[in-house]
Design a protein around this ligand. Structure first.
Ligand code: IYR
Length: 222
């Protein structure tokens, strides 16, 4: 049998009342999150960004390989390069690549090929998933569940930023190959999402949309 090091679990047992109260509070907080597309240029406290990325890196992940990398961009010149590359992809998407049924489901969100938030927002985070890695002997290693792992981490990143008082946009220009070059990441990593972060612009509006009913999204089989 393989022997591996263990340590005592540090588990904080709560009363039932506290459990229910905390879960209600957390739900209430998450319900106030909206995806924002109009950002103020006001800078944000960078400590909030670093803490959110540290929070993301606590996510459960395949075989503890932690297959993620977060690239933070605040510099106007690089943000401009990202905006130009993303808008070139988006122009092709909206004008020819997107099938009509995709355009139909996007219509209520009011999105188009113009992405001014990519230079207006103070922080852009490129989230990358490592699909394979080279070990210390130079052997290529497979990474297990990179997409799932990075998805879980991104959810925690967004939740931390929201809890800390910042707005986000999960932006997915497609394809995102340009991000490797502009954000200086190797080809074994795949861009997962471009997270736009900042304060909402004064008077920002969001689309009127509804969440699905709880009964529709959850089944209790007993
Ligand atoms: N990438 C495009 C289109 C788009 C796709 C989905 I799925 C969205 O939820 C929103 C937009 C864009 O960013 O405009």
């Amino acid at each position: 049998m393989t022997n591996f090091p263990t340590e005592p679990l540090n588990f904080n047992r709560l009363t039932k009342a506290t459990m229910c109260e905390r879960s209600r509070d957390f739900l209430g907080l998450l319900k106030t999150r909206r995806t924002v597309r109009d950002f103020s240029e006001e800078p944000v406290p960078m400590e909030v960004i670093w803490n959110a990325i540290r929070a993301a890196a606590t996510a459960p992940n395949g075989a503890n390989l932690q297959p993620w990398h977060f690239v933070v961009v605040t510099d106007t010149e690089r943000k401009t390069a990202i905006k130009e590359a993303a808008e070139a992809e988006e122009r092709a998407f909206y004008n020819s690549r997107a099938p009509q049924d995709w355009l139909d489901v996007l219509a209520p969100l009011g999105t188009d090929e113009h992405k001014p938030f990519l230079t207006e927002a103070p922080v852009i985070i490129g989230v990358f998933a490592e699909r394979s890695r080279v070990d210390e002997h130079g052997t290529k290693q497979k990474v297990y569940y990179p997409t799932e792992s990075v998805g879980l981490a991104t959810g925690m990143l967004i939740s931390s930023l929201h809890l800390s008082g910042l707005a986000t946009l999960t932006h997915t220009p497609s394809p995102m190959g340009f991000m490797n070059e502009i954000m200086e990441r190797p080809s074994n990593e795949r861009a997962f999402v471009l997270l736009v972060v900042g304060y909402p612009k004064e008077g920002a509006n969001v689309p009127t949309i509804a969440k699905r009913e709880f009964e529709e999204i959850c089944t209790h089989l007993g």
